[in-house]
Ligand binder design. Structure first.
Ligand code: ZN
Length: 261
């Protein structure tokens, strides 16, 4: 039973884009939380950003522990939002500097997930690619499932139409994921640094150099991710305060109108 379409809510889409654009050298990944409706449409409400244990190229693996933690989180959100059918419905990963289409490894990984859940979908965000005509950066995205033409044959990709559904606010779960991103990126840097620093045969100069690289990477993250995120949150706060003021004014007007009736 193939999925007919994916409806990706705009705030979840925003978190995926932020995540994909946070890392230029390696692929990043996460899990999608949502619901599958009887009409074979998957609705994605929020995403979980995953920490990478292996930063090698074209190596996106989700550990069983991460999958089980995501299921627990889905249960918590199901209760919080009153959506009992909420669960892990798919995964996403980025393709920095390369085509949006899934690799053979991606198609096989997707087939493995579909063995556990036929409705599972895969999303890919291709980023850091340049439009040859306008010389501006572009982000492309696609959604896919895997199929096998006949038993024993290679798995093939089936494209699933994906629609970004507009929303006039950012949901709590998406906001939490967006704020989680700088923390996860920082932890990954710390892990890498600790691993290298524990090597005992390194001479003092190399150790100082490694320390500087660690600091430099953290600073780059501050300017590329944490800074813009903080600005975005501050803008939202201003906007919310403006909305409160507008509503207060409207309330007073209505009260005046009521009094004069
Ligand atoms: Zn891939």
């Amino acid at each position: 039973m193939a999925i007919s379409a994916v409806h990706l809510e705009a705030d979840a889409f925003l978190v995926c884009m932020n995540h994909a654009l946070s890392t230029e050298k390696e692929e990043v990944m996460g899990l999608c939380l949502g619901e599958m409706e009887t009409d074979r449409i998957v609705h994605i409400h929020s995403v979980i950003i995953l920490r990478r244990s292996d930063k090698r190229k074209d190596r996106v693996e989700i550990s069983p522990e991460q999958l089980s933690a995501a299921s627990t989180e889905a249960e918590r959100l199901a209760e919080l939002t009153g959506k009992p059918l909420l669960r892990v419905v798919g995964w996403y990963h980025s393709h920095p500097h390369i085509t949006v289409w899934p690799s053979h490894v991606d198609v096989r990984t997707q087939a493995m997930y579909q063995m556990m859940d036929q409705g599972f979908v895969g999303l890919i965000f291709s980023c850091f690619i340049e439009d040859k005509n306008t010389k501006t950066g572009r982000v492309l995205y696609t959604c896919f499932q895997s199929t096998q033409a006949q038993k024993g044959a290679e798995y093939e990709r089936v494209e699933v139409p994906v629609h970004v559904v507009p929303r006039d606010s950012v949901g709590k779960a998406c906001l939490e994921s967006a704020v989680e991103l700088p923390r996860i990126l920082c932890q990954e840097e710390q892990d890498t640094y600790r691993k290298i620093h524990s090597l005992s045969h390194l001479d003092p100069i190399t150790k100082i150099h490694n320390g500087s690289v660690f600091t430099k990477n953290l600073c780059s993250q501050m300017s590329a991710v944490s800074g813009p995120l903080l600005q975005w949150l501050e803008d939202r706060l201003d906007q919310n305060q403006q909305n409160i003021a507008d509503l207060q004014l409207e309330k007073e007007m209505l009260q005046l109108e009521l009094a004069s009736m």
